[in-house]
Design a protein around this ligand. Structure first.
Ligand code: FAD
Length: 106
């Protein structure tokens, strides 16, 4: 079975980085592709219990793929749901660009 922690870190890195570089004004095709990426996870993610819970959370909180900023915030909130479930610290979503796009201010 996969290492759920390593898989999780790699997957969050991929998802947050992809959101951080998603267009400000996505075309309809870009929106559809992002939606299918997100909606694929509950069916394909190789940690079944993670996938089931994530699918339920996404159903309750539909993805906002209308802009880079809204998608990044939506994804940060979904990650915080998982953090809360695992007893991890909540991440301040104001800092999502600093973490995944811009790097720390100097
Ligand atoms: P991670 O949670 O992997 O975070 C990596 C880095 O992201 C952190 O160091 C921090 O810099 C940054 N970060 C943290 N929170 C946020 C945020 N809200 N927004 C933006 N950046 C943030 N594991 C389970 O045991 N059970 C589950 O049910 C489960 N469900 C998961 C569902 C999904 C969709 C994914 C992708 C992963 C899931 N995981 C689950 C794995 C879990 O979320 C962690 O990835 C894993 O426990 C390793 O945690 P970590 O403390 O190293 O940091």
């Amino acid at each position: 079975p996969p290492d759920v922690e390593q898989l999780g870190r790699a997957t969050w890195t991929f998802l947050h980085t992809t959101a951080a570089y998603y267009p400000e004004k996505p075309t309809p095709t870009q929106r559809v592709n992002m939606l299918s990426l997100i909606r694929s996870l509950p069916m394909l993610y190789p940690c079944t219990s993670c996938a089931t819970d994530f699918g339920e959370d996404v159903s309750k909180n539909p993805p906002d793929v209308s802009s880079r900023e809204r998608l990044s915030k939506w994804l940060c909130e979904r990650h915080n749901e998982v953090n809360q479930k695992l007893g991890k610290e909540k991440f301040d979503c104001v800092k999502v660009d600093e973490r995944w796009r811009d790097g720390p201010p100097d």
